[in-house]
Design a protein around this ligand. Structure first.
Ligand SMILES: C[S@@+](CC[C@H](N)C(=O)[O-])C[C@H]1O[C@@H](n2cnc3c(N)ncnc32)[C@H](O)[C@@H]1O
Length: 233
C-alpha cells in the first residue's frame, strides 16, 4: 500500500529503504487501521491458504501488518518470516512482536534476491510490493522457485480500477500513489507513478499465473485491490 503522507518536509529525493524507515510509524498506522485494509489482508491470507504448520515468507513485509492474518492460517506450529530492506519498518515489526510476547522472524534483505534456503519455505507472498520492483515478473519466478512444486504463492496489490463506476476514482487514486511514493520517484519515471505501478502489478500477477495451477484471482474494494494466488507447478 502506498502511504499518503506529506512529503514537503522530506528530502527532494530519497531511496525506498530511507523513505520507509523515516515513515515507518506513520506507515504502520495506515497499514493496520486504513480504510479497507483489514479486508485486503484477510483476502490475501485466505487466497494463500497455507497449510497449518507451514513456514510462510512475506517479501517486502513492512511492519508485518499481514502477520496476524497469516499466523491465524498456519497456527502455533507455523512460522511467519518477514523480509524487508528498510530497517525502520523491521524495527516497528519487532516492537509489535514484543508487544505480543514473541520474537518475530524478520530478515533485512532484498526481496529480489531472497536470502533464504529453498527447502525451508512452504509458501510465500508479497503485499503492495510488486509495484516497487523493477522486474516484478522475475521476482515472482524466483519466489516460486523458492517454494518449489506444490508450494503456495500469493500477491496482493493495488492498481487503478477497470470497473465501470469505480474508474471515476482513478484520478484520486493516482494522487494517492504519487503522494505515497518516495520523493523524487515521479521525476525519475517517464510516466506517472500509478501507471508504472499498474504495469508492474499486471506483470507480477501474470507471472504468477504462468508458474502456478489452481489459480485464484479476485478484485476487491471497487477493483482497486487485486489478489492472485496459486500452487506452484
Ligand atoms: C507499501 S509497503 C508494504 C508493506 C507490507 N507488505 C504491507 O502489506 O503493509 C512496501 C514494502 O516493501 C519494501 N520493499 C520494496 N522493495 C523491496 C525489495 N526489493 N526488497 C525488500 N523490501 C522491499 C519496502 O521497504 C516497504 O516496507
Amino acid at each position: 500500500m502506498s502511504s499518503p503522507v506529506p512529503t514537503a518536509t522530506l528530502a527532494a529525493s530519497m531511496s525506498a529503504p530511507e523513505f520507509y524507515t523515516r515513515l515507518a510509524r506513520v506507515y504502520d498506522t495506515l497499514a493496520r487501521h486504513g480504510p479497507g485494509v483489514g479486508r485486503l489482508r484477510r483476502t490475501l491470507a485466505d487466497a494463500l491458504d497455507p497449510p497449518s504448520g507451514a513456514t510462510v515468507v512475506e517479501f517486502g513485509c513492512g511492519t508485518a501488518a499481514n502477520r496476524p492474518y497469516l499466523d491465524a492460517k498456519v497456527g502455533p506450529e507455523g512460522t511467519y518470516v518477514g523480509v524487508d530492506f528498510a530497517p525502520g519498518v523491521l524495527r516497528v515489526a519487532r516492537e509489535r512482536g514484543r508487544d505480543r510476547g514473541d520474537v518475530p522472524h524478520l530478515i533485512r534483505g532484498d526481496a529480489t534476491r531472497p536470502p533464504l534456503k529453498p527447502e525451508a519455505v512452504d509458501a510465500c507472498c508479497g503485499a503492495f510490493v510488486a509495484g516497487m520492483l523493477a522486474d516484478p515478473a522475475e521476482a515472482v519466478r524466483d519466489w516460486a522457485g523458492l517454494v518449489g512444486p506444490g508450494g503456495r504463492i500469493a500477491l496482493l496489490d493495488l492498481a487503478q480500477s477497470t470497473r465501470p463506476g469505480w474508474r471515476r476514482l482513478n484520478p484520486a487514486y493516482r494522487l494517492f500513489v504519487r503522494a505515497g511514493s518516495p520523493p523524487g520517484t515521479a521525476r525519475s519515471l517517464e510516466r506517472s507513478p500509478a501507471a508504472v505501478q499498474d504495469e508492474r502489478v499486471v506483470a507480477a500477477h501474470r507471472a504468477l499465473r504462468a508458474v502456478c495451477t489452481d489459480i485464484e484471482y479476485e478484485t476487491v474494494l471497487g477493483g482497486f485491490g487485486r489478489v492472485s494466488a496459486g500452487t506452484v507447478e
